[in-house]
Design a protein around this ligand. Structure first.
Ligand code: SF4
Length: 1023
């Protein structure tokens, strides 16, 4: 084509395009002009360009002075848009009690990667947010965090006490007084015309066994279940009531259906099956990060901080990274594609990849031998290593009765029973692991014990045998990651050694979740990166404010109860210690299988609590107090199974929900107590992990709550309800003189502020030195001055301005430099890290009777009886595997935020182009996904950014409540918007465990009890 003709054509296209544009957009253009002139929402525009956007939160004059907007303050707050719980700043209209805008708290490391020292005056710090300086010191909220202030005035919010006026879940309510609520839930009676309901007073029986045949189950008081969504800052307050005041053993939270599979596997490697420690990459100094089952900038925790760190590291630093996931995540940027790559993997096969990498590292001299050869702390120090493992410790082999545990000095008739032995690398003699010498890595030998000979193997050899159970080609075939990619990843890990990190999180929630996470985390132990700068770092945590602090004891009180008995979810208690087990043995029966799984090394599991209660195994529940929990939405298969059971009050007679909104679970409650929302309430939180400086977030009511004001000045919400309930029941720990101080005094607990202000005093005085006193200017700029009359009436004089300091900064923050000490992280674990976890390795599964592997192992997805998932649901019938992924915009409870919905109104169903062709599905077409547990209908997103064989669904949509449907309160319909129900909830596809015949429940990880949402067998069809 000659140049003239091309130019002519281009001109024609431009003219034609402009004409088409003008024709197509005539209406929007007219609207835009009208909007500029007369406003788009009926309000005239103030400014031709800025419209009615808010003026800046403050101005910096040419002289460099900071001037606040009139009747406004910028207060530090805590976000609850997700479990990162960032410290944010709220611009508050103090005249009208409204939060106008949300941004990041500049003091807070979850919002500002390089925060100033907390002693810096607020005025100086706020100045750094303005102008060009603001780019460097920018402290941000993510889109979700920025949008959630609108929840305060949401039309779907609950602000009255409600009692159901129809069948459970029917959506009919009557508003009642606090007095009526307390009378009914405490004293019980025929509350709903459906028969007698026991009240909380009758349920709190601390003496009578709940089941005399099984005394280990504990007293009848255990028939109250108390749950919260998680620790969003008020955990200590609620646990004080549940455990120590009421005296129930049963407290649950969302962990079992969030990321518990990961936490359990991580805890096994960190040798911490109590708190289930976990780490995150030291992003600022790592050279290579391999993410498996987590996608920074898309998901994981800390979500926003990691996203920023990743972006900075790949642009400014020297970081290379790979994200292994079934779907292409936001973590990958085309701008830096040589730095970050996506490796597709079949859903729920990460264990195969991890074991392949373990095998490759072992075969190719990629493990850190010098690190692994140090058997204890003394050898670690002598060798200058950042931590040590039990790679060289000797594991007793079957048929020894202690098989799976370590050979100790006591086995040989000498020394401390708990001190494992190793083989001296030089002499070949047995020595204690505490000796400051290297130990042999690969050991298999027979030893003479006091009770005869026994075989032992080093932990590292046990791991080698587990990893060598399959060839690399077999692992590759199973997980769909090509062999050359696996080898390339192995080379990267080997090359970077301790500055390579393998990261994981919620993507582990599959039918073999625990072992998947344990296997992935073991890679870090083999690299020797734990505690090392640029390695896998423990979070530095925070200061416990609401415990037994330096000023006030908020944990103990006169008459406090120590809860007793078996957790309802049959966790932290071996089945082999149960009366049931002993009875079966005495009757000459096999004790296996138990009636249902016992999760002996897990924390309490809300995934099992309700199913256990419905079946009465170990015992039934009589009441449930739920604070913001929503297991019916969050547990795979929860709505279909647990929801249907919960509708029948015979299965759980009394259900009280404390919540700001009616979610899918709250909708089935008997009573709803309105709760204060984040910006209206008090609380103390700490980052889950990923922040190397000690950090405690302090939140306080920056606006007056929308819930009713009580006679004592408190507003109705969680704390006010619990205090009133405890008062009615005359429980210990509340009211007059309930809080002891460190000077021998006693203080009343009548309001939330009585509790949390004293927590602030503890926080202010924690550590070697108290924080300084806040200046008057600090208090005015942040509006913490609003709290001062209350603070002065509650705290001692030397505490008052220091508490003001805590609230004006939004918490207490250690200096940035404290994050590292030379080549080590500032916060370090001193635990012996587990290549072999002897607690796990000596656990016998309650259903299968098999002894579990104490190290990483390849089991694949299983049901409770140990049978592989594919034995029940073969690939021929169910050719696809469903996987979920996190939304970077929407959380499980944020659908009511209109600004988020406007950007991302619903979630399509992702499927690979070739799978779509096989199923005859076109992009944008309605489709139905079917699993053995349910089906959902949505819109097909046909793409290449998903592995073949997978169906992927973004979490956060497909709600049936939270405003998606209308309820009747006192006969009046509540506002509703069906668009809040848009999209699909992947958990509606969750399935029942077909092998749990006696105590039915949904599919849970066969060892940890975590909810299964990755790798659900499925098929898809066009509608
Ligand atoms: S990551 Fe975003 S939504 Fe989550 S707590 Fe932080 S600001 Fe809020």
């Amino acid at each position: 084509m000659d140049k003239k003709r091309r130019a002519l054509l281009q001109t024609g296209m431009m003219v034609g395009g402009a004409g088409a544009f003008a024709a197509g957009y005539a209406n929007p253009v007219a609207k835009a002009v009208k909007g500029v002139l007369s406003g788009t929402s009926g309000v005239p525009a103030n400014d031709r360009i800025a419209g009615n956007a808010l003026p800046p939160e403050f101005m910096i004059t040419p002289q460099g002075e900071l001037v606040m907007a009139e009747h406004q303050a910028v207060s530090p707050v805590q976000c609850f848009g997700c479990w990162t719980l960032c410290g944010l700043r709220a611009r508050v209209d103090t005249a009208n009690n409204r939060v106008l805008r949300i941004a990041g708290n500049p003091y807070h490391p979850l919002s500002n990667p390089r925060p100033p020292a907390q002693e810096t005056p607020v005025r100086e710090v706020y100045k750094t947010l303005a102008g060009e300086a603001g780019i460097e010191q920018r402290s941000t909220a993510c889109a979700r965090g920025a949008a959630l202030a609108e929840q305060l005035h949401s039309p779907y919010r609950v602000t009255r006490i409600l009692k159901r006026a129809g069948r459970r879940g029917e959506g009919k309510w009557q508003s009642i007084s606090l007095e009526q609520l307390l009378e009914e839930v405490v004293e019980g009676g025929d509350l709903f015309g459906e028969g007698q309901v026991d009240g909380l007073r009758a349920i709190r029986d601390l003496e009578t066994p709940v089941d005399p045949d099984n005394p280990e189950y504990g007293p009848r008081a255990n028939q109250l279940l108390v749950t919260n969504a998680g620790d969003e800052g008020r955990d200590s307050f609620l646990k004080r009531f549940a455990f120590n005041s009421f005296g129930t053993r049963n407290f649950g939270h969302h962990g079992g259906y969030c990321g518990f599979g990961f936490r359990a596997g991580s805890g096994a490697m960190f040798n911490d099956l109590d708190k289930f420690a976990h780490g995150k990459p030291d992003w600022d100094h790592a050279a290579f990060v391999l993410c498996i089952g987590t996608s920074p900038a898309q998901a994981g925790n800390p979500f926003k901080r990691q996203g920023r760190q990743l972006a900075s590291a790949r642009s400014d630093g020297g970081l290379d990274y790979v994200v292994v996931a079934p779907t292409l995540p936001n973590s990958i940027s085309r701008l830096n594609e040589e730095r970050g790559r996506w490796v597709p993997i079949k859903p729920a096969t990460d264990d195969a990849l991890a074991l392949a990498l373990i095998r490759w590292l072992m075969e190719n001299d990629g493990i850190n031998r010098r690190y692994l050869a140090q058997p204890g702390p003394a050898a670690q120090a002598r060798a200058g290593q950042p931590s040590h493992t039990n790679a060289t410790h000797l594991v007793l082999q079957a048929p020894h009765p202690r098989a799976g545990q370590f050979l100790t000095a006591a086995d040989l008739g000498r020394g401390e029973a708990s001190s494992p032995l190793v083989v001296n690398a030089d002499s070949g003699e047995l020595m204690d692991h505490t000796d400051a010498r290297e130990a042999a890595l690969w050991v298999e030998r027979e030893v003479q014990l006091a009770d005869g000979p026994a075989r032992v193997k080093s932990a590292l050899l046990c791991l080698r045998e587990a990893a060598f159970g399959q060839t690399l080609a077999q692992y590759s075939d199973y997980c769909g990651v090509p062999l050359e990619i696996i080898e390339g990843l192995g080379r990267q890990l080997k090359r970077h050694g301790p500055r390579a990190v393998v990261d994981a999180h919620g993507g582990m929630m599959n039918g073999n979740a625990f072992y998947t996470a344990f296997s992935v985390m073991t890679l870090n132990a083999l690299l020797g990166n734990i505690n090392a700068r640029g390695g896998l770092a423990l979070g530095a945590g925070g200061v416990a404010a609401v415990e037994n602090g330096p000023r006030y004891d908020l944990a103990r009180f006169d008459g406090m109860v120590t809860p007793k008995g078996l957790f309802l979810s049959r966790n932290r208690f071996p089945y082999q210690n149960s009366s049931e087990y002993r009875r079966k043995l005495a009757a000459g029966e096999s004790p296996y299988p138990a009636r249902a799984p016992w999760f002996s090394f897990s924390s309490p599991l809300l995934t099992e609590h309700l199913a256990a209660a419905f079946a009465g195994y170990p015992y039934r529940l009589k009441a449930w107090i739920s604070h913001m929990t929503n297991p019916l939405y969050g547990i795979g298969g929860g709505q279909a199974f647990l929801g249907e059971k919960l509708k029948d009050p015979a299965n759980l007679p009394l259900f009280i929900a404390v919540d700001g909104f009616i979610n899918e679970t709250t909708a089935l409650a008997d009573y709803i107590v309105p709760d204060t929302l984040t910006y209206e309430s008090w609380g103390f939180t700490k980052p889950w992990s990923g922040v190397p400086q000690q950090t405690t977030t302090a939140r306080w009511p920056v606006v007056a709550p929308a819930t009713p004001r009580l006679a004592n000045g408190d507003h109705l919400g969680l704390e006010a309800f619990i205090i009133a309930l405890a008062g009615k029941m005359e429980l210990p720990g509340y009211g007059k003189g309930a809080i002891p101080d460190s000077r021998g005094g006693r203080h009343d607990l009548h309001t939330a502020a009585d509790f949390y202000l004293r927590g602030a005093a503890n926080l202010a005085f924690a550590g070697d030195r108290p924080v300084p006193e806040a200046s008057a200017d600090d208090l005015v700029l942040t509006n913490a001055a609003r709290l001062m009359p209350l603070i002065e009436a509650t705290l001692a004089p030397d505490e008052q301005r220091r508490a003001g300091f805590i609230f004006s900064r939004g918490g207490r923050f250690a200096p940035f430099e404290s994050g590292w000490q030379g080549e080590l992280m500032g916060k370090r674990t001193g635990n012996t890290l587990c290549i072999w976890n002897a607690t796990i390795g000596s656990t016998v599964h309650a259903m299968t009777g098999e002894r579990l592997s104490g190290c990483a192992a390849f089991y694949g997805p299983r049901f409770a009886d140990g049978s592989p998932m594919r034995d029940h649901y073969p690939e021929q019938e169910w050719p696809l595997l469903v996987t979920s992924y996190k939304s970077h915009l929407m959380s499980s409870s944020s659908i009511g935020a209109e600004r988020l919905r406007m950007i991302h109104p619903e979630n399509p169903i992702s499927i690979h182009r070739r799978d779509a062709e096989r199923a005859g599905i076109r992009h944008g077409q309605p489709v139905r996904v079917i699993t053995p547990g349910g089906q959902v209908e949505g819109i097909a997103l046909v793409r290449d950014g998903i592995v073949e064989g997978a169906v992927a669904i973004e979490h956060g949509y497909g709600h049936s409540e939270l405003g998606a449907r209308s309820h009747l309160i006192d006969g009046e319909p509540t506002p509703a918007n069906p668009r809040l129900g848009a999209g699909v909830n992947q958990n509606d596809l969750g399935l029942m465990d077909p092998t749990r015949k006696e105590v039915a429940n949904v599919w849970l990880d066969w060892t940890s009890g975590a909810s299964v949402r990755q790798g659900l067998p499925a098929r898809i069809e066009a509608i």
